[in-house]
Unconditional design. Structure first.
Lengths: 414, 414
């Protein structure tokens, strides 16, 4: 392939990121641009404004997904899509999602300026409500588009204040008429995203070649002991919290021993009866475990069950480990992943293959469409946090790899 | 001392216990006779009825404490008091508190039947709201009597439904006129109570000679880590809950290594932000630690701080250990304790000296009045629980020791 000589500008990308970050900017330097708020509308309007300057106008579908289509030279070809999301967590950062959308926009702008046409049409996508912070679950827009959720169920979702998704979507002016399922007809989907981990930064690498999404196994653990007075002797206690604490520590060790793809998180834990001077009789906690290898993930669960059984026997408590939710491994398209890897290689970026342990719109899209993702590092792995930060160089590297992979897939003609 | 030949009946004591247990009896065989409820009024009325049969009438003070006075032969002597409480936890047992009151009543009845006079007057006490379940804090009646709380503050306390203590006390007909502080003028106080632990049962002993109350050191621990996505790599996490769990397990070990008098309980623990797929950034938990030896209790705190510092350094989290409440050791009166011990010895009961790790009315009374306590075993150490149980033989043994110690202190004449 002949690679067109584009004026892709890292500086201009950075300026766009900083401009977008003013919308819903927080005092600590982060962003609160939650989905279907006025700030979300303002962010969408700014993107629309920028795209209008290069002759692209949005198509909005019935769940608010925005697409900007740049025609190709071969009208028979389905479009090559790329993008991410502009919505943020309530105390989110400036790059999670936004980088993928604005790097995509910068590619569109550079193509426009260079007068380069691709064979296949290009489609820049801003998915609705990737974060799931205000309306749960996350990845609603891509989930509806790929047929994982129905429009009706999503439009009826309510936020903690009782506001209805469909009503809010109309209120901010983004209840469109396009069929979200049309997005299943794209030829390919690429998404550039910050890593939200620190493997790349710690290794001094600029690009993560994302090979797919890990499997997720979410469990619920209940420990039933016996309440006792805080003044009762230690001997003979059946302390549900001490037992649960042992299991939490052991679970972390299980994950640390199961390879760099393994994760285990106890994010919620409740204590009953919850009195300062009463030995807890019951503890419930959630387990979110993930692994790139389903067999290894299953071993993590059996290791957890073995620890639970040992703790139960030794402490005279009952431990129940129950399934809550399971998501299989989602491999990305090997050809597209290969293009990402080749682009990083060619440009001399230090890179590694890695799975994503985190859900992204790309993971839902991959269920129906050939997909690949590109990670760029983020400082300290900090994300979903106002302190989230990246360097302009990392952003630029990610953009270049995205551009190369997109253009190779769409076919570029000077 | 000549010991009078009393017809103290274990069978009759047991029958009284079972009769009282019908008031507020629960389907699982426990008792719900919370303070200042209709059931509390019924329990008080039954005790009043029984005492009336042996010529004793109640004096009610302004916080509802009930005393039944049996005159002695020497009007110049202050009374020797004994008793406990009739109120229970919402899902409490049939013996916690009740045993001390009804064993005291059985002693009064046996003295009446035998026509035995003591030198000093005797005073059977039923303290108001020992449990603190409905109105917090616990041990209100004894606390007011001994000047630890003011009447005004206690009368103004509200339950979770907003009911006011003073109003409820009047409603059930037990807002008396006597001055609670008059109870500071008693010569001595004895209280028989179930152990609420399982040291005695496990050792096959019938009597605990309670030497005093342990010191209590209540702390609050806050662990500050950093939130991260549940899909982020394990390396580099600063998981506040994993850190807290390590500390909870270590604290239990510290208590188990600090002698049989040591206790440590984490009864409350909260997780922030509490999301299934977010590594917790902050965990707060309570620590209730106790020891008969204040120096050992201080060492437990410094051991906890050392563990906290190690965990903090290794995991890159911040751990703060803050004081919350401290209660000093409360020794009981050596002479009275000696009489309890001697009585157990004389009657051939297997016994041991032990502190109480749990607050009792006797612990407050001991701040002003020479005091001693007698423990009898309870099955499995189970208490504050409908399954609480003791044997009639244990109840009888405790009653005999109580009677001997009371009569030796009051001076009995046949």
């Amino acid at each position: 392939m002949t690679r067109p000589n584009l004026s892709l500008s890292g500086e201009r990308l950075w300026a766009s990121l900083m401009e977008m970050a003013k919308i819903g900017g927080t005092p600590k330097g982060g962003n609160n641009r939650q989905t279907l708020t006025g700030a979300d509308a303002d962010g969408r309007a700014l993107l629309t404004h920028w795209c209008a300057e290069i002759g692209l106008s949005p198509v909005i579908d019935r769940v608010g997904n925005m697409t900007f289509r740049r025609e190709g030279t071969d009208p028979s070809l389905p479009p090559v899509a790329f993008g991410s999301h502009l919505d943020t967590q309530p105390t989110g950062g400036r790059f999670d999602g936004v980088l993928g959308v604005l790097a995509g926009f910068e590619i569109m702008r550079a193509l426009h300026e260079a007068g380069v046409r691709t064979k296949a049409p290009l489609l820049l996508v801003n998915w609705t409500n990737e974060e799931g912070a205000r309306f749960s679950p996350p990845m609603m827009g891509s989930g509806v588009a790929m047929g994982l959720f129905t429009e009706a169920e999503i439009l009826a979702k309510t936020d903690p204040d009782g506001a209805v998704f469909g009503t809010e979507l109309a209120r901010i002016g983004y209840a469109g008429t396009a069929d979200p399922a049309k997005l299943q007809d794209i030829a390919a989907y690429f998404e550039l995203h910050i890593e939200q981990g620190k493997l790349l930064e710690d290794a001094g690498e600029e690009i993560g070649v994302v090979t797919g999404a890990v499997a997720q196994n979410w469990l619920e653990v209940t420990v039933a002991g016996e309440d006792a007075h805080g003044g009762s002797p230690m001997a003979g206690r059946r302390d549900a919290l001490a037992a649960a604490s042992e299991i939490v520590v052991a679970l972390e060790m299980i994950a640390r021993s199961a390879g760099s793809d393994a994760r285990a998180t106890v994010g919620q834990l409740t204590v009953t009866p919850s009195s300062r001077n009463v030995v807890p009789s019951r503890v419930w906690f959630s387990v979110d475990s993930r692994h790139g290898d389903p067999a290894a993930l299953a071993r993590m669960e059996s290791d957890l069950r073995a620890v639970a059984a040992r703790v139960a026997a030794r402490r005279g408590v009952a431990v129940e480990v129950a399934p809550f939710w399971y998501a299989p491994v989602t491999p990305f398209d090997p050809t597209l992943v290969g293009r990402v890897r080749a682009a990083a290689q060619r440009r001399g970026y230090r890179h590694r293959d890695m799975p994503t342990g985190i859900g992204h719109d790309a993971v839902y899209v991959a269920r129906r469409v050939p997909t690949a993702m590109i990670f760029c590092p983020c400082h300290g792995g900090i994300s979903h946090n106002e302190a989230e930060s990246i360097t302009p160089e990392w952003a630029e590297a990610g953009m270049h790899v995205l551009a190369d992979a997109v253009l190779e897939t769409a076919g570029a003609e000077q």
